[in-house]
Design a protein around this ligand. Structure first.
Ligand SMILES: Nc1ncnc2c1ncn2[C@@H]1O[C@H](COP(=O)(O)OP(=O)(O)O)[C@@H](O)[C@H]1O
Ligand SMILES: [Mg+2]
Length: 233
């Protein structure tokens, strides 16, 4: 188990700074829901934490180790995994191939068998190409792929995107099970119901900064603030 502690993180793309000093922490084994309107920089944050966008300055502490600026493969080895927005599944590969490629070694918590026990649907689809799976199954595959790297910290970017409510409920149950395993989570979501079901705290991002952070019960009780920050009831 590892805590995630982001301090004064600045990052962006060639011509623009997107993250304008992000401060954010998730306790060991905790789950933080990150909300915010489109385009405020949530995905950029997740990509920067994974090393896929290189930060300009700031710190990303895993426990007491600063991984800011390291290559993605080294950040993965340090215990971070990403379930990217849009899933980024490679359609021609079968479920078996996708999971085999993601597996890092033996004697770890998450083997292919262990993830298939957790996600029996993928066992049924084992020989099929990822592109033939339903959206929900593809999301499960993206999560399974991340688990096979044995993450202490799991970054999930809108896993509910495009899924029917009943499937989102299955994702919620899965993420709660993973929390029970001690995985630390940062969950970016538009689906408040999912964030509330999984996370003990909620943070809101606006234009590259974290502007609000409270416990999930406090967030739910304060509809005026949710409406002001997100435009939802
Ligand atoms: N690869 C990229 N190159 C340049 N600009 C990008 C890239 N990805 C995102 N952006 C810009 O960064 C800003 C934040 O985008 P993003 O992090 O995707 O926000 P969110 O996930 O909150 O919707 C937006 O203005 C977006 O256009
Ligand atoms: Mg995004």
């Amino acid at each position: 188990m590892t805590s995630l502690d982001v301090r004064a993180l600045v990052a962006g793309y060639d011509r623009s700074t997107v993250l304008d000093g992000i401060d954010l922490s998730v306790a060991e084994g905790g789950a933080l829901g990150l909300l915010g309107r489109n385009g405020v920089g949530k995905s950029t944050l997740v990509m920067t934490l994974m090393g896929l966008v290189v930060p300009t300055s700031g710190h990303v502490l895993l426990g007491d180790r600063d991984v800011a600026g390291l290559r993605p493969d080294l950040i993965a080895r340090a215990g971070v995994a990403i379930v990217p927005q849009g899933r980024r599944i490679w359609a021609p590969l079968t479920v078996r191939e996708t999971l085999t490629l993601a597996t890092r070694g033996h004697g770890r918590r998450w083997t292919v068998d262990a993830v298939l026990d957790l996600l029996p649907r993928l066992r049924e689809r084992f020989g099929q190409q990822a592109g033939q799976l339903s959206g929900g199954e593809q999301q499960m595959l993206a999560i399974a792929r991340a688990l096979l790297t044995d993450p202490a910290v799991l970054l999930l970017d809108e896993p509910s995107d495009g899924l029917a409510p009943a499937i989102v409920d299955q994702i919620a149950a899965l993420l709660r099970t993973l929390r029970g395993e001690g995985v630390t989570m940062l969950l970016v979501e538009q689906d408040l119901h999912l964030a509330f079901a999984v996370c003990d705290e909620i943070a809101v991002m606006e234009k590259g900064r974290i502007v609000h952070r409270v416990s999930t019960p406090e967030f739910r009780a304060d509809r005026a603030t949710a409406h002001r920050l997100l435009g939802v009831a």
